[in-house]
Design a protein around this ligand. Structure first.
Ligand SMILES: [Zn+2]
Length: 282
């Protein structure tokens, strides 16, 4: 289960309420070798020492990444894109046994990050941040659907009208039109919009682009109202309550709208679940 834009926003808001002003006393990495090797974490563990003594300033978030700004031009980037838990504990005793990264604050509090699969935990100075993949993808890339000034129908339809790729590429990954969605939101959005996964942006009629735009808004609103997906837990360990409206939980099940058995197909480097009756090829 990935942490997508709505869940990242929930965490981002909570982190901005809790962390500013806290001073970092120490850190610890655990089972992090693989992530360091592939560049999701700093290759040189001593890079993280630059955070010690730093005070948390502003917390930013966009897409699937959170940037915790520290004084003296340092930053901690958290982008657990394939899922994970970011938790704040009042003391070290409350810490879970398994984690990949933790920061201890001088007030005794501990921030822990546990990744489910791949995901970024990077200590970067301001210059390194600007050159990082997380910054290019999440902070600068695409249209952020949680920002009303960016996510307008005009911007969205302009970006999608000439797009010659299928729904997954439009919604997920580095070339996506919108930033912040993974496989879960992708399947929910196209089901909500009644659009077949094989459709390309360029093929969509004005009315369908409108449906897709509305579906993105609806999926985000629902997730936020339910405090995230049901497999997600927030900064305090409280689980979300949103049950996905489409996805692997509907494998071999009837479509909740029309009763047709849900189709599961390999497409775009993964599996997609959809209703061949509601979601038209055009
Ligand atoms: Zn259906």
């Amino acid at each position: 289960m990935s942490l997508e834009a709505p869940e990242i926003r929930i965490l981002g808001i909570q982190l901005s309420q809790e962390l500013p002003g806290k001073k970092i006393a120490g850190y610890e990495l655990s089972r992090s070798e693989k992530m360091q090797k592939i560049g999701f974490m700093n290759r040189d563990s001593s890079d993280y020492e630059r955070m010690i003594g730093r005070i948390v300033g502003k917390v930013d978030y966009r897409g699937m990444a959170i940037v915790i700004g520290l004084d003296k031009r340092m930053n901690l980037v958290l982008a657990p894109e394939y899922g994970g838990e970011i938790r704040l504990h009042k003391s070290a005793e409350e810490m879970p046994k398994k984690f990949h990264f933790k920061i201890e604050f001088t007030d005794g509090g501990v921030l822990s990050v546990r990744l489910k699969s791949m995901g970024g935990i990077l200590a970067l100075d301001d210059e390194e941040l600007l050159k990082s993949w997380a910054f290019a993808r999440d902070m600068e890339g695409g249209i952020y659907p949680l920002d009303e000034s960016e996510f307008t129908f005009e911007n969205f339809s302009h970006a999608i009208r000439d797009n010659n790729t299928g729904m997954k590429t439009i919604l997920v990954g580095k070339d996506a039109v919108v930033v912040g969605f993974g496989n879960a939101a992708y399947q929910e959005i196209i089901f909500q919009a009644k659009i077949h996964p094989k459709r390309k942006g360029v093929e969509l009629k004005e009315k369908e682009i409108r449906s897709l735009f509305k579906a993105i808004e609806t999926v985000i609103k629902r997730r936020l109202a339910k405090k995230g997906k049901d497999e997600f837990v927030d900064l305090y360990g409280t689980p979300g309550k949103h049950k996905l409206i489409m996805g692997s939980n509907f494998r071999d099940q009837p479509c909740p709208r029309c009763g047709t058995t849900i189709t599961r197909a390999a497409m775009g480097g993964g599996h997609v679940h959809f209703c061949s009756s509601c979601q038209k090829l055009g």
